[in-house]
Design a protein around this ligand. Structure first.
Ligand code: FES
Length: 246
């Protein structure tokens, strides 16, 4: 492998010191074998600038904390090898989310709001019986639920979404995927009308303009296009059944 010296152009801004205007700062770093952007950032912070802000927890594409724009594309820093990038790498924070500082953003507030709007919990009238046996579930349904549950809430789908970038109440692919998870679950007793109230709106499925960058860029490769189609089909069925009754 040819030894390269990489140049990182990194967005710098700390909202706690607004008198220092946002800027790009360049750093040079010798590339190591199997170096990820996450490893490079740690080295830059340890060796060159301890004030550099970015997030990480797991280093293994599990926690979703390290998402950022890498050469303009939302990606996980811990899953992105520098070997797959050119010599000059630009790092920016994810758009849409509130900036904490430099490359660090607050995705937690956005995802909490989305969970509250979609009421992301099982709605059932069944009384909880601690002595009851676990309910059995069809294996195929359980696998479909698991597919939707693989979302690590990194925010890449939201950052890449044209609608989410212009309206902050859009639930985006993450919200649609979350609702799909409960539509698949037979224990959830929400009526189609209740689901329609949340998802049959411009904040829900009708806000999607179908560019599908979310599906293309999801680091977990969740089939977001399929989840969108599922929610849309349910919305259509709910609308038709309403029409038939009137
Ligand atoms: S550090 Fe957890 S996903 Fe990258």
């Amino acid at each position: 492998m040819e030894q390269r010296t990489l140049t990182f152009s990194i967005f710098r801004y700390n909202p706690a010191t607004p008198e220092i205007t946002p800027r790009m700062q360049d750093f040079q770093l010798d590339e190591n074998p199997n170096m990820t952007v996450f490893i490079a950032l740690n080295r830059l912070r340890e060796e060159q600038d301890p004030s550099l802000m970015f997030d990480f927890v797991c280093r293994a594409a599990i926690c979703g904390s390290c998402a950022m724009l890498i050469n303009g594309r939302p990606q996980l820093a811990c899953k992105t090898l520098t070997a797959d990038l050119p010599d000059h790498i630009t790092l920016m924070p994810l758009p849409v989310f509130k900036l904490v500082g430099d490359l660090s953003v607050d995705t937690g507030t956005w995802f909490r709001q989305m969970c509250e709007t979609t009421e992301a919990w099982i709605h059932t009238d069944a009384k909880f019986n601690p002595k009851a046996e676990e309910e059995r579930m069809d294996n195929a349904i359980a696998l479909d639920i698991y597919e939707a549950e693989r979302c690590i809430e990194c925010g890449c789908c939201i950052a890449s979404c044209a609608t989410a970038n212009i309206r902050d109440d859009f639930l985006g692919a993450a919200g649609i995927n979350r609702m799909a998870r409960f539509l698949i679950d037979p224990r959830d007793q929400r009526s189609p009308a209740q689901v329609f109230e949340v998802m049959g709106t411009d904040e829900g499925v009708f806000g999607c303009i179908g560019l599908m960058a979310c599906d293309f860029l999801c680091p977990m490769e969740i089939p977001l296009q399929t989840q969108l189609a599922l929610v849309r089909r349910k919305m259509m069925a709910a609308a038709l059944s309403c029409k038939c009754k009137h």
